[in-house]
Write a protein that binds this ligand. Structure first.
Ligand SMILES: [Zn+2]
Length: 163
């Protein structure tokens, strides 16, 4: 799979990344981590076949982030690219997505996500807590971008095939 091509042609994933980081930053404010520290994501460094599970943070404006557990130094921009790719695989329930994403300045309601699914623009990726369907973050972010641009909504796969 060619991730670089996908990142270059799908701004929605970058938007999804921004939204996820925004949501995490809100959580971070709530739990009172120093405000000049930026959430990067799980370290994921593999040493001796063991994956480091510590969470990475970077000083705001810093180009690198050093893991406190394993000492691996990560390039912040590269990590951002990797997270953008991950947005394609991360699935969440409409309840979570509505708390995380927004259309313009309005919350994305679970009702709108359900409507998009009902009309075939979104396909459930799996089943989440309490039997609720989950949707890929990047797919939802892409629909939001299309909606905001006044474009006709289309399912993800259809776009992939015609791209
Ligand atoms: Zn680490």
């Amino acid at each position: 799979m060619n991730h670089t091509h996908w990142i270059a042609t799908h701004d929605a994933a970058a938007d999804a990344y921004t939204e996820i980081v925004g949501a995490v930053n809100n959580i971070r404010r709530t739990i009172d981590i120093a405000p000049d520290i930026r959430f990067i994501g799980p370290c994921g460094s593999v040493l001796d076949d063991v994956e480091c599970t510590d969470t990475l943070y970077a000083i705001e404006g810093s180009v690198t982030a050093r893991c406190r557990t394993c000492g691996t130094t990560w390039d912040v921009d590269q990590r951002k690219q990797a997270a953008t790719t991950q947005a394609r695989y991360v699935a969440a329930t409409s309840a979570f997505l509505s708390q995380t994403l927004a259309i313009r300045d309005e919350p994305l309601t679970p009702d709108r996500i359900r409507k998009w699914a009902y009309r075939g623009h979104l396909t459930p990726a799996g089943i989440g807590p309490r039997g609720h369907p989950t949707y890929i973050v990047a797919h939802v972010a892409r629909l939001i971008r299309m909606y905001e641009n006044g474009e006709k909504l289309s399912p993800w796969n259809q776009e992939q095939e015609t791209a």
